[in-house]
Structure formats: C-alpha cells, structure tokens
Design a protein around this ligand. Structure first.
Ligand code: GUN
Ligand code: ZN
Length: 447
C-alpha cells in the first residue's frame, strides 16, 4: 500500500447551504493518503506522530494553498475549439459556432485531438471531475472515454442525441440512439472513474419518441446518469412550448418520460416558472448553473435565490464552448457577479459559497459521495494553488486578512496559471504536454 503524508495549508467547504456555507481553513494540516483515499486528517503536530504515518512519504505543500478538486457539472466535449464565439444568442450561436464543430466529430483524428484538448484543459484548470456532454457520433464518444480513462479524471459522459432542428448530419433516430447508447453504457459505465450519462441535446432537438428512447435506455442501464438543457434562452423556451403542445412546460417535456430523478442534471434554467422549480426540487434533479455562458450568449441572470429557497440543488458548469473556458474559479466569480447584478432578487454569495458551488455541490449533483472536500474517507482529489512569484494574486494573498479574504482573492484573480498540481485519487493528473504540433495561424492571413 502506498502512503503519503501531505502537509498543507488547506481550504474546503464540506456543506452548504448556499448563502450560508462555512469555510474550513487549516493553517498546518496533515492528510494521510493511502491508495488515493484520505485515511486521516488532523493537525500536523498530531497526525505526523501517529504510528500509521511512520512509513509515509512526506510531501510539504505549504508553499501553496490546497483546495478540493473542482467539479464541472456541464461541459461540451466537441466545443473546445468553439470557445470565444462571442456575440450571438443561443440558437444562432449553435448554428454558427457550435454545431459545425459538433459535425467535425465525425472525423476520428479530429475527435481524438479535441478529446486530448478537453482533458488537458480540464486538468490544467484544476477540474478533477466533470459531467461531459459527449458527441453525436458513437465513435467519437468511444474516443472520449478511451482518452478519459488514460487521463485519470473522473468523467461522466454519453452519446448526445437529437432527431430534429439540428443539422441533418447530426440527426439520429430513436432506435439507433438506444442501441448505440446501450453499447457505450455497457462498455464504459462504472469502469474505473468513468460513468455513462444519457444525453438528449435539448427538447428543441428531440421528438417525444427520442425522449422515450432515452427513458428506455436509462431503465436498461442501471445507475446511469441523465443530462440535458433546460430554460436557457427565451426564444428556445417559446419554441419548445410550440414543439410540445401536450407538455405543461419545458421541464414537463422530460418529466413526462420519467427523466427527472436525483441522477439527473439539467443545465442553465435561467427562465424557470415556480412550478418547474417545485418539480425540480421534488424530483431531486440538480441544476448546473453556467454563468459565463449565460452572460456571453445573453441568456440572462440565473435566479439562484429562487432555486435555493425551494430546495433545488445547484452546482456549477463551465458550459464550454458557450462558456469562456474551463476554469471554475472564473465561473465562480461570474456566479457571484450575476447574483450581485440581480440586486434584491439575487442571492449574495460569499467566497465560501462559491467554493462550495465549485466542489461539494458539484459532487452532490453528480452523486459522487467520495469527492468534493478533503475529509477523512474521501478520495484525495485536490488542487494546489500556487501563484507564480510576481503575479498580483501572489502579492495580494500575502496581504489577505483571513482565510475568507484569501479565498475571495483567489476567485477574483485566480486562473489555471496559478494551479501548480492536481491530483485525482492520489495520482497527479496535470501533466502538461505543451509542445504545439501545429503552428499558430499567422494573424495577418485572417480576414
Ligand atoms: N442547448 C442545446 N445545445 C446547447 C449547447 O451546445 N450549448 C448551450 N449553451 N446550450 C445548448
Ligand atoms: Zn450546454
């Protein structure tokens, strides 16, 4: 058994509620990690003298700050290269920026390269766990799972399906969606750190028959997760109402097929009705809040207070490529901004709330009891934040008044450039392979 004794300055937020989360801060913490699991946690002076720590290899991380690994509950595999498509609302952005990239996933070499970019981007940003919207092509999803297994990250993903209102080359039919999804789920669900998620793109792109096939797949593959989009953009909401005249509201398009359970995560929900919020809470469905995407696509300001007041579980998603990058420090800051901009209707978030959103809340939404904070019995999924000398973050951290102030500064200024090491289950996962194989496009040739 390999045992490591980490000595660290550590911050984590094991529990909520949002709006009242309490930061746990330890100036000289010992974490004894055996086979990737934290077996003992306590003051360095105590744990370092314990008999079970006597053979451990000591790693002193006190040059930085140790945080739990980040949990991204909504990110799109095919959209890495679509990041930065600014200036369009959802349905135009999909047509112009996202779906052309989704179509390129039909080419195996392209899909393999993007899968590596996705996993490297997640790890570099300190994201150790993610619920990933896969691709519309079964082979590309296979490629993603293969690369994810190599990466060591905790990845839940699935075949994205739709049978209307996309490009023709992205459409499938309910029977094929079921067969291909079942084959992928049987191969990958529960293998190591990987799990399968049944993934209709959104009700706008699916018929009732397709949603029924998704429900049949959920039943056929026990334990798989379910994910899709909900109430992101006002035009989309109106279009879904027209496409599903028999449904009571957008949420009902999924509910009618039994797709709302504690294993379900729906992204955005910027424009919910009170009835939808009550149903989300009652069914245990979580909502992935994607703040940079909501701002970039002009989708709106997320009504977090209304979610939290009725008991809907909320976590954080980067929504790459509608979102502007993988870094959950940035998403956390933008989540805080959105609530500030809502004024009295907003839910004022502390830095502890934001760290909770980016870690333990995500783990809860994904049903992963073993990650989200650095307590005994948890996997050692962690991020060492160590801003380079001379950076503003390094300077201001030296002058932080207390742990809450330090954490607020981290969200205000932190980037992937400040993340020195990332572990999943005790293994380092952020090995950069930075040598570019393709030269950058000369800007003078672009028009
Ligand atoms: N709704 C359906 N597909 C997408 C997508 O790729 N991104 C976002 N933000 N919303 C969607
Ligand atoms: Zn999305």
């Amino acid at each position: 058994m390999s045992t490591t004794l980490y000595r660290a300055r550590a911050l984590d937020v094991p529990s909520g509620p949002l709006g009242g989360a309490v930061l746990r801060a330890d100036e000289d913490l010992a974490l004894l990690v055996a086979d990737g699991v934290i077996t003992r946690r306590g003051p360095w002076t105590e744990v370092s003298r314990a008999p079970e720590a006597s053979d451990a290899v000591v790693q002193d991380l006190r040059a930085g700050l140790l945080l739990p690994g980040f949990v991204d509950t909504h990110v799109h595999f095919p959209q890495v290269r679509a990041i930065g498509g600014l200036g369009r609302p959802l349905l135009q952005w999909l047509e112009t920026c996202a779906l052309p990239e989704e179509a390129r996933m039909a080419e195996p070499a392209y899909a393999a390269a993007v899968a590596e970019e996705l996993l490297a981007g997640l790890a570099a940003a300190g994201t150790t766990t993610a619920l990933v919207f896969g691709a519309h092509f079964s082979d590309a999803v296979e490629t993603l799972f293969t690369a994810a297994e190599r990466s060591g990250l905790r990845i839940t993903a699935g075949l994205v399906v739709g049978d209307r209102n996309l490009r023709a080359d992205l459409h499938t039919d309910p029977a094929t969606a079921y067969e291909e999804g079942l084959a992928l789920a049987q191969r990958w669900h529960g293998r190591g750190r990987l799990r399968y998620a049944v993934t209709p793109r959104f009700s706008f792109a699916t018929t009732d028959e397709m949603l029924a096939s998704c429900a049949a797949l959920v039943d056929a593959a026990p334990g798989v997760r379910f994910t899709s989009h909900l109430n992101e953009n006002v035009r989309e909401v109106a279009a879904v109402a027209e496409l599903f005249p028999q449904a009571g509201d957008y949420l009902d398009t999924y509910d009618r097929h039994g797709l709302l359970t504690p294993r379900s995560v729906l992204a955005h929900n910027v424009h919910p009705t009170d009835a939808e919020l009550a149903r989300l809470a009652a069914s245990g469905t979580s909502v992935a809040h994607c703040p940079t995407s909501n701002a970039s696509l002009g989708s709106g300001l997320f009504p977090m207070r209304r979610h939290v007041e009725v008991g809907v579980e909320v976590a954080l998603g980067s929504d790459v490529g509608g979102g502007t990058g993988f870094c959950l420090l940035k998403e956390g800051l933008q989540a805080y901004f959105a609530q500030q901009l809502l004024g009295a209707a907003g839910l004022p978030l502390t830095a502890a709330d934001v760290l909770h959103l980016a870690t333990a809340a995500g783990a809860r939404a994904l049903g992963l009891a073993e990650v989200g904070h650095l307590s005994e019995g948890m996997a050692f999924d962690a991020v060492l934040l160590q801003p380079p000398t001379g950076t503003t973050l390094e300077a201001v951290l030296r002058h932080a008044h207390d742990a809450d102030d330090a954490l607020a500064k981290i969200f205000a200024l932190g980037t992937p450039g400040d993340i020195a090491s990332v572990w999943v289950g005790g293994e380092m996962v952020n090995r950069h392979t930075a040598t570019p194989t393709t030269p950058m496009v000369p800007l003078t040739t672009l028009s």
